[in-house]
Design a binder for this molecule. Structure first.
Ligand code: 13P
Ligand code: SF4
Length: 304
């Protein structure tokens, strides 16, 4: 089958079997093209709340498919590729989190949404890169134990000086590859370009940016900006999607190493496989689902 034939077959199956295909912004171009909705982690979680489809194929990584299942237990939820996990989501052992909670008993426990369902059961609230500042500013607690991404955590800490943060040494193995030297090199090569960055990058990289935001935030900013050149500090698919959508502008990846291999695992044949009902269906025990849902509900309540 050609790419086009496969895309047509996916579109036919979506209609026939009442399937919603969701794609995170880092997915391959040909996958995004067959998705009903593409966005950042927060937008995907919000979108699924009002979706009426019986089946959902989540093209992204495991915690994203789990979030869909947590919010919509009545739907059959498929993860586009069974091996697609977010390494950061599994960095913290639940036992260690239990002991950290004992160490900081007055702190609210805030989990980046890039965590397993099991870890979420131990947290008070979830956040995403686009909603963290808004949500954490509204918490009554002054102290916050933020897991697992220390880079996002440090960025939010800089925005909320009234809060006291505790971190662990977690983070994204992809975004950590970008360095301050990469920024200096690219700024020298493209002096007129604006530098847009994801807050999962090292804090010293984030501090050099003209705009800091989620994957959707970066895309919206670049599309709306009057500027015509941009250095993109996140997975390189964002520069690629923007180049398709804004052919009159120029997008330069901050580093060739900014590639999330987990996000790239999903291929069009994987999506087709899920649409025929053969992919991995997400299952969660009702106990875990219910407990994990509390902190996602709180995210939506405070995040708006
Ligand atoms: P966004 O919420 O910005 O889409 O981030 C998710 C993610 O995993 C980025 O690495
Ligand atoms: Fe996880 Fe990083 Fe990949 Fe995002 S880019 S899914 S945080 S490994």
């Amino acid at each position: 089958m050609t790419i086009l034939e496969m895309q047509k077959e996916i579109l036919r199956l979506k209609k026939q079997r009442n399937i919603l295909v969701l794609a995170h912004s880092y997915q391959r171009r040909e996958v995004v093209e067959v998705a009903d909705y593409t966005g950042d982690s927060y937008a995907l979680a919000r979108y699924v709340q009002n979706a009426t489809a019986e089946n959902v194929v989540m093209c992204g990584v495991r915690f994203m498919a789990e979030t869909v299942k947590i919010l919509s237990p009545e739907k059959k939820v498929y993860l586009s590729h069974a091996e697609a996990g977010c390494p950061m989501a599994e960095q913290l052992d639940p036992e260690l989190l239990i002991s950290l909670k004992q160490q900081y008993p007055s702190a609210a426990v805030a989990a980046y949404i890039n965590t397993t369902a099991e870890l979420k059961t131990l947290c008070d609230v979830c956040v995403t890169s686009s909603s963290a500042e808004r949500i954490l500013s509204k918490l009554p607690q002054k102290e916050i134990l933020f897991i697992p991404d220390i880079n996002l955590g440090r960025y939010i800490e800089s925005k909320l000086p009234e809060k006291k943060f505790h971190f662990i040494q977690g983070g994204c193995p992809t975004h950590v590859r970008a360095t301050a030297q990469d920024v200096a090199r690219m700024r020298e090569l493209y002096p007129d370009a604006l530098f847009l960055v994801h807050p999962e990058c090292r804090f010293e990289v984030v501090q050099k940016a003209d705009y800091v935001g989620s994957t959707s935030g970066i895309m919206d900013y670049a599309k709306q900006s009057a500027a015509t050149e941009f250095i993109i500090g996140t997975d390189n698919s964002i520069a690629e999607h923007l180049q398709y959508e804004c052919p009159q502008k120029k997008f330069y990846p901050l580093s060739k190493d900014l590639v999330c291999h987990n996000m790239k695992l999903t291929t069009l044949p994987d999506v087709l496989n899920c649409c025929t009902g053969e992919g991995e269906e997400i299952t969660l025990s009702e106990e875990v689902r219910f407990a994990a849902k509390q902190c996602i509900d709180r995210m939506i309540e405070l995040g708006g």
